[in-house]
Design a protein around this ligand. Sequence first.
Ligand code: PHE
Length: 347
Amino acid sequence: MDYEATLSEAREKIDACADATSLKDVERHYLGRKGVVAKHLASIGALPPEQRKAVGQGANRLKQAVQQLVEARAAALDEASLEAERSGEGFDPSLPAARLETGSLHPVTLVTRELEDLFVSMGYTVLDGPEVELDHYNFEALNIPADHPARDMYDTFFVRANGAASGWAEGSRLLMRTHTSPVQVRAMERLDPPFRVIAPGRCFRHETTDATHDHTFYQMEGMVVGRDISVGHLIGAMRTLLRGIFGRDLGVRLRPGYFPFVEPGFELDARCPFCEDGCRVCKQSTWIELLPCGLVHPNVLSAGGIDPEAWSGFAFGLGLSRLVMLRYGIDDVRHLFGSDLRFLEQF
Ligand code: PHE
C-alpha cells in the first residue's frame, strides 16, 4: 500500500464532504468493517513475513490519521451549520424557549392565600395549629366537656400517641381535630388581647362521604378579642369578608346556631351569588349557608386565660372547602382531594 497516496486521497475526499451523511460514507469506506484499512489488515496473513510489519503499521497509521481527519471535518461541519443557522433568515433569537411543564397551585391553596391576604390587610395574624390535637383543645376548652351531647356533632378519629418519641405527654388524649376552633384557645394562650387571628387548616370527621361531605376538609377559623366586641362587629367583619370573596356586597342574614363555644351563636347565610330566584347551588332557597359564628363564650375566654369580665370577642368558622367549591363551580367535594390530574390541571 502506498500510505502517503492513500492518505492524501482520503484527505481530499473528507475535505470535499459537505454534510454529515457524506462524511459518514467516506468514514465507512476507509474505516468500516469491509473498508480500506480492514482489507489491508486482512491481507497481512497472506504476505511474506518480512512485509507484514510494514503493512500492519501502515494500516494502523492510516486508520488513526483518517479518524482524526473525520473528527476535525465533523466539528467544522457542525460549527458551519450552527453559524448558518445563527446568521440565516429563519433564526429568531428572541423566540421563547420550549415551554417547561410546571405544576399549578391547588384551588384550596389559591383561595386560602387570597383570604390570608384579605385578612392580613385588615390587621389579622395568620396562625397554624396541629392537625392531631388534644381532646382538651378540640373539646374541653371549647366548652364541650366529655359526655356533652354536642360531641355527637363532631365524630372523629382518635389517635394513640406513639410513646415519648411522639412529643405528646404520656396519657394524652389525642384525636384528628374536627374543626379549626382549637386554634382559638391556642391563640388566647399565646397572644395578649386585643388581637385578631385567622387559622386556615385541615379538619377531619368520621363521615360517610358524599358530594358535599368528606372525611377531610378545610376550614378557616377567625377570632377577634377586644373591648366590648359586639354582634355588630361580627356582622361588619363577615360582610367585609364576603365582599372580599365575591367582589360585591351580598345580603346576609343571621339564624340562631348552636355551638357550645359561642353565645349567642349564629349561622350566617349570604344571598346566593349565582342567582336571584333560586338555583341548584342554593338548593332553590336563594341563601347559602357559609359562616357559623358567634360571640366567644365566657367559659372559652377563661379556658384561654383571658378575663371574660374585661374582654369579649367573636369567632367564626368559614367552610373553606365549601367556599372553594362555590368559587370555582365544583359540584363534588371529593374532586378536591381525588388527585385526578384532569381536575387539578384546570387551576
Ligand atoms: N367550629 C365550628 C364547626 O366546625 C364552627 C364555628 C366556628 C362556629 C367558630 C362558631 C364559631 O362546626
